[in-house]
Design a protein around this ligand. Structure first.
Ligand code: BES
Ligand code: MN
Ligand code: ZN
Length: 506
């Protein structure tokens, strides 16, 4: 999709549809006012007559536009001016682009850059427009015999008013478009069923991303023999009950001027289906455990966004992929395994498998001498109890890193919330028979899961994102969300900016 930027008179813009945001009360925004003047007060009169009520997310197609070069108008409600925050802005965007896609319009121009949203700048608004447009055209109907016609939307012109910087708008749209591509990839990988999206399939996706990148992304796949030789017995223990072979996927992106610059590492939980293993889950909604690789999907999605943006950074993307199944050879409760780090773990519950694959991946990350390591995982049902479906859980062994991630989440509007990782919680993992157990009991399940991981993250600044509540939607809208690709991409771009500032100072 294209996002051209234009600063000329909106009345003269030739397009299938002009998207015009309006507040419930008060004056029209600058572009809307110009359109109103050029069209014999069409917009003002529709509002005065009560034919359009500008509630947040309300939309109204006006199928003709006298005096304007556009074929149509789409009025979009923003609610009350003083209540217009990020949430309303994005809700209005989603409503607008969903309508545009439903009307099968090929090209549109939007005046959303005019909308005041707290302290948000033009680049942010343009980024959100690009992300919303990409969200609206997303389809997942690979397995439907009858497919709805593909969305036609190909071009979204960003209209700016006087004084706005086209360069800022273009920058924002460029980031938003790349994030949108990354989110779409993460959603598709998440939505694919467990019988298609296996660890082998994820490894092939990595190879494909490597090929698409023209060699910018180098890919290495460790198979079971390689993992055995390495000593990654914890990762292997999770896949033992499955016919699908386990994989550790490593993708490297070298974008920094200095090849030796310490990389930032992302580690994704890639359980392509989580039955619970011998500690079998109850049947209800078990299908949703195909989403248990959404951490991995977000790592792929972020890699995709990075390939679109090409920041000057060194990065390593790691995915620990396995299927958790019960079987004669499966790991059993009480089994003791030796991790790649050398610590022994008593597996008290085979359903606490995410931490078992991640701990070896974290140890593997040590070899890159990373500047930071962030793991992303649908790790605990307790994260849903604690935070619901809006905030991603964030835990870290380094407060600066935690703050960087919180800020990235705010900036990308893909937010996380910091939970404590105090030493007091660590003793819940004590085991009578091994160095540690893999469960910490009912209290603070999200925190004790992070405590487990922290034992394997003592060599670098590390943070953990528990996306159990945010990676997918249940119910009628069932499907992967693509979160937290926005947060992660922003986090990485902020690191690039940080390096740039340090270089300018010296
Ligand atoms: N993948 C699940 C966590 C999960 C459950 C995410 C439901 C989203 C929705 C994870 O592997 C798991 O089963 N965790 C257990 C841990 C427990 C056994 C300590 C859980 O949360 O119940
Ligand atoms: Mn589990
Ligand atoms: Zn799981």
């Amino acid at each position: 999709m294209e996002f051209p930027v234009r600063t000329d008179n909106p009345a003269k813009v030739e397009t299938a549809c002009l998207i015009v945001p309006v507040f419930q009360q008060g004056e029209l925004l600058p572009a809307a006012a110009k359109l109103d003047d050029a069209s014999e007060r069409l917009i003002g009169r529709l509002i005065e007559r009560g034919d359009f009520e500008a509630k947040p997310g309300n939309v109204q197609l006006v199928p003709f536009a006298p005096g304007l070069s556009a074929d149509r108008l789409l009025l979009v409600g923003l609610g009350k001016r003083e209540k217009c925050q990020e949430r309303t802005f994005i809700k209005a965007l989603d409503a607008a682009f969903t309508a545009i896609v439903n009307f099968k319009l090929p090209d549109v121009a939007t005046a959303f850059a005019d909308v005041p949203v707290g302290e948000r700048d033009l680049a942010w608004k343009c980024r959100m427009m690009a992300e919303a447009a990409q969200r609206a055209v997303y389809r997942f109907d690979t397995f439907k015999s009858e497919k709805a016609p593909l969305p036609q939307l190909e071009s979204v012109t960003l209209l700016l008013s006087g004084g706005d910087s086209s360069e800022q708008a273009r920058q924002g749209a460029r980031i938003g478009s790349a994030v949108g591509d990354g989110v779409a990839l993460a959603r598709t990988l998440g939505n694919l069923p467990g019988n298609i999206c296996t660890p082998t399939y994820l490894a092939e996706q990595a190879e494909q991303l490597g090929r698409e990148s023209g060699g910018v992304l180098s890919v290495e796949i460790l198979d079971e023999a390689a993992l055995e030789a390495l000593g990654a017995h914890s990762l292997l223990a999770v896949g033992r009950g499955s016919e699908e072979p386990t994989r550790l996927i490593v993708m490297r992106y070298q974008g920094a001027d200095n090849a030796a610059e310490a990389p930032h590492v992302l580690v994704g939980k890639g359980i392509t289906f989580d039955t619970g293993g011998i500690s079998l889950k109850p049947g209800e909604a078990m299908d949703e455990m195909k989403f248990d690789m959404c951490g991995a999907a977000s790592v792929f999605g972020t890699a995709k966004a990075v390939l679109g943006i090409r920041p000057q950074l060194n990065l390593v993307f790691i995915v620990a992929a396995a299927e958790n199944m019960p079987d004669g050879r499966a790991t059993k409760p009480g089994d003791i395994i030796k991790t790649l780090k050398g610590l022994t773990v008593e597996v008290l519950n085979t359903d606490a498998e995410g931490r078992l694959v991640l701990c070896d991946a974290l140890t593997y990350a040590e070899r890159f001498e990373p500047a930071s390591v962030v793991d992303i995982a649908t790790l605990t049902g307790a994260a849903i109890i604690a935070l619901g479906h809006h905030a991603t859980g964030l835990l870290a062994n380094d407060d600066d890193l935690a703050l960087d991630l919180l800020e990235a989440g705010e900036a990308a509007w893909d937010r996380a919330w910091h939970l404590p990782l105090w030493d007091e919680y660590q003793e819940q993992l004590d085991s009578n028979f091994a160095d540690l157990g893999n469960i910490g009991g009912r209290p603070a399940g999200t925190i004790t899961a992070a405590c487990f991981l922290s034992r394997f993250a003592d060599k670098f600044p590390w943070a953990h994102l528990d996306i159990a509540g945010t990676a997918w939607h249940s119910g009628k809208q069932k499907g992967a969300s693509g979160r937290p690709v926005g947060l992660l991409t922003q986090y990485l771009l902020d690191r690039e900016e940080e390096v740039r500032q340090i270089e300018n100072e010296s």
